[in-house]
Write a protein that binds this ligand. Structure first.
Ligand code: DGJ
Length: 739
């Protein structure tokens, strides 16, 4: 890993990638290259060259061949002859929006500092990262911008962000501040994005780039179910196992925009960061604004490799290191078992049963506090519901702990119900604009997290409960998006700072709680995957992928999520049938075979199960415990996609780092009469090792399984186990190396 600086040139070289930019003739920065690692030279004239075109703006009369629109820029502004979308925009006191960010100097530091107030990457060992900071200055407004780039020797990952500082004597208005801009010399890419909806998150869409704008974004105050901040550009012939791809993501949980602009010359500009829509930030003299970090990653070895590289990177440089390598507990959550209808006695029955079959953590979900018996009341009243827990929540927690189980609680800290004590005391804490009605969603309203008194109140309330209960785990839910954006605490000129300040308030509360209680495992949740992003991952090492627990629709959700997030982040539960979201009846074995690939949990009333069913659960738990390291931290390979090819067949695989154990999940959604002949080609095995698969008599070389494949017989009714049905079938192949 090296950062080369040669006069006007900056070359960030990782193991397999090169990122190059230079200072252009006008003093601004120009992008040169991002892709497979290339040798370092002192200049790359060829990479900077563009032909002069007629009818194009030039920089000055005596520089007719310096045409901003023809150049690849590093952090572009609008209004000086480059008509593509800009990375930033700043309004001066006179109302003008022109900036010229001219190069001042650079600094290289060993390591990577965390950002204050924002979730960010870090390097606990400074030898594992190198950071380049470039300082730019606009001479008229005295706006200083620092572009930061960090590379990590073990990973082909680049972290970018920008810091704005007003060095002048007048206030400036920041109207846009992207985390990253990348100009690529062609548009020969497919765009992979992960749109969705509640209960249908992360549905991969793959389209060829076309001329003009294409984007995913959120204006919901959260990264959202509808669009995920991650996206990938892959060459059209890139597959899971071959070819070039560039991954992008944001360490951010609020409104974001990922814009792609393919211009008239078929070059591509990517801009990622805070959504400029409904955003401004007042930069008073000497004040600063720091953008969230953007993650960029390159591979020429296909999409599986991209995901693996990102997942391993996050474990080392983003996730709370206390939990990064720690095996995640098998939990049981009472939500789908009881919804709001429970009391201490009912829950303790579940806990006793759970303990007997090997479950490790009991999570008490919504409904334990205030007067909450449905979703119309009590959010904000974080004290125990006396009717359900007459002896107090600490007493109940003690009972759970006495059983040898860990204890977890659900909170929805950011929310308030009108029917609550908190609302009576602090109606002014609710987000809303004066003289406007408040839009409810799930019967609830949002607390103004931009206020320090609100954050402090929540910190105190939640801390008290954690201390009283010796809590081991928190599920932090967030079940609605923001409306009537307004804070009574902000002056009119700063109202468009609200969305960003809101999420900074959320981060601050997370920071306070995770610092005070480092041993508490947080799982983030926003009606499932409504805030499944890297900002959350920094504080909460795991997240609830989706409220949808149906094994069949989960295949797509987990498959889509796996492109950008590691298995250890993905909470996956086995629930009852008919499934509460889809009404589908799937075999217990299939539900398990899907939920194993992540952080396993149960979400059903196990006191209602038959004794053979309980025995099955016990075996599942024993099996998962044996291979938990693999399921949570193994190398994950997508083999057969539900989004391409035959959507009836889905398959994925995990392999341990020594390539001695692997588990393959193979899912056949509907059984087919007289099906085609099928072989499954495995990945990531040692070609020279011999593997035993389940109880098959024949053994196989790794190369054989990867290149010749494993024959998958058709599903005949006569050969099926008792509990199998012909449809919704799952098979697990356990591979163990014999040599
Ligand atoms: C939405 C979550 O995703 C569910 O798991 C559950 O916690 C409910 N909220 C509780 O209200």
């Amino acid at each position: 890993m090296t950062i080369y600086v040669d006069k006007n040139l900056f070359h960030l070289q990782t193991r397999n990638s090169s990122y190059l930019f230079q200072i252009m003739a006008n003093g601004e920065l120009g992008q040169l290259y991002y892709g497979h690692r290339i040798h370092h030279k002192s200049a790359y004239h060829n990479l900077a060259q563009r032909e002069q075109h007629d009818a194009m703006a030039s920089w000055t009369l005596d520089q007719p061949d310096f045409q901003p629109e023809m150049l690849k820029q590093e952090y572009a502004s609008l209004g000086k002859g480059d008509f593509r979308y800009p990375a930033y925009q700043v309004q001066a006191p006179d109302g003008s929006r022109i900036s010229e960010l001219v190069y001042q100097d650079y600094q290289i530091t060993q390591g990577k500092q965390r950002l204050p107030h924002l979730p960010s990457t870090f390097a606990n060992d400074p030898q594992t990262a190198q950071t380049l900071s470039i300082t730019l200055m606009d001479a008229v407004t005295h706006l200083q911008v620092q572009l930061n780039y960090t590379i990590f020797p073990k990973f082909d990952v680049l972290i970018r962000s920008a810091a704005f500082k007003n060095q002048g004597i007048h206030s400036l208005m920041l109207k846009q501040a992207a985390s990253c801009q990348l100009d690529l010399p062609d548009a020969h890419y497919d765009w992979l994005q992960f749109s969705g909806a509640w209960a249908r998150e992360c549905q991969l869409q793959r389209h060829h780039l076309h001329c003009g704008q294409q984007a995913t974004s959120s204006l919901r105050g959260a990264s959202s179910h509808q669009a995920n901040p991650a996206m990938i550009l892959a060459r059209p012939d890139t597959t899971e196992n071959t070819g070039e791809a560039i991954g992008f993501n944001l360490i951010y949980s609020g409104n974001f925009a990922n814009q792609i602009d393919v211009d008239q010359f078929q070059t591509t500009r990517i801009i990622t960061g805070i959504n400029p829509e409904d955003f401004t930030w007042q930069l008073k003299p000497q004040s600063s604004f720091q953008t969230p970090e953007a993650v960029i990653s390159y591979t020429n070895q296909g999409l599986n490799h991209l995901s693996q590289q990102l997942g391993a990177f996050y474990q080392q440089h983003l996730v709370n290191q206390h939990f990064a390598q720690q095996l995640r507990p098998i939990l049981i959550n009472n939500w789908e078992a009881t919804y709001f209808d429970f009391d201490e006695t009912k829950l303790l029955k579940i806990c006793r049963q759970a303990q007997k079959i090997g479950i490790e953590l009991f999570v008490l979900d919504d409904g334990w506090f205030g007067q909450r018996d449905d979703d119309t009341t009590s959010l904000g009243d974080w004290f125990v519901n006396q009717r359900k827990f007459p002896h107090g929540i600490d007493h109940f927690a003690q009972k759970v702990h006495d059983l040898g189980l860990q204890f977890g609680l659900w909170f929805e800290p950011e929310m308030i119900s009108q029917a609550s004590r908190l609302y009576q005391q602090h109606p002014d804490w609710v987000v809303g604009a004066p003289h406007r009605h408040l839009t409810p969603s799930r019967n609830q309203f949002v607390l103004d997290m931009t206020r320090t008194d609100v954050v402090q109140y929540l910190y105190e309330q939640i801390s008290a409960i954690i201390e009283q209960t010796h809590l081991d785990y928190i599920k932090w839910d967030m079940n609605r998006n923001l409306t009537e954006i307004y804070s009574t605490q902000l002056p009119p000129v700063q109202q468009q700072e609200f969305n960003h300040r809101y999420i900074l308030g959320v981060y601050h509360l997370y920071e306070l709680l995770t610092t005070k209680f480092p041993q508490v495992l947080f799982e983030s949740c926003a009606s499932g995957g409504g805030r499944f992003d890297l900002g959350m991952m920094y504080y909460a090492p795991q997240a609830w992928v989706s409220d949808n627990t149906d094994a069949i629709t989960r295949l797509k959700i987990q498959y889509g999520t796996s492109y950008n997030y590691p298995l250890a982040m993905m909470g996956a539960h086995i629930s009852a049938v008919p499934n509460d979201q889809t009404g589908r009846i799937t075999p217990l074995a299939t539900r398990a075979a899907v939920a194993y690939f992540g952080d396993l949990g149960y979400e059903l009333d196990i006191t209602k199960l038959s004794s053979p069913e309980l025995q099955t659960l016990k075996k599942q738990i024993q099996f998962y415990k044996k291979y938990r390291q693999l399921f949570q931290f193994g190398k994950f390979y997508r083999l057969l996609s539900p989004f391409a090819g035959d959507p009836n067949l889905v398959s994925w695989q995990v392999v341990n780092s020594q390539q001695t154990v692997a588990i393959v999940g193979y899912y056949r959604i509907l059984n087919e009469p007289n099906p085609p002949y099928r072989r499954l080609y495995l990945q990531g095995l040692d070609p020279n090792r011999i593997y035993q698969i389940n109880d098959l008599e024949e053994n196989f070389y790794g190369d054989e399984l990867m290149h010749a494949g494993l024959f998958i017989p058709r599903l005949l009714h006569s050969t099926m186990h008792v509990e199998q049905t012909a449809d919704f079938n799952a098979q697990l192949f356990l591979l163990r190396a014999l040599s």
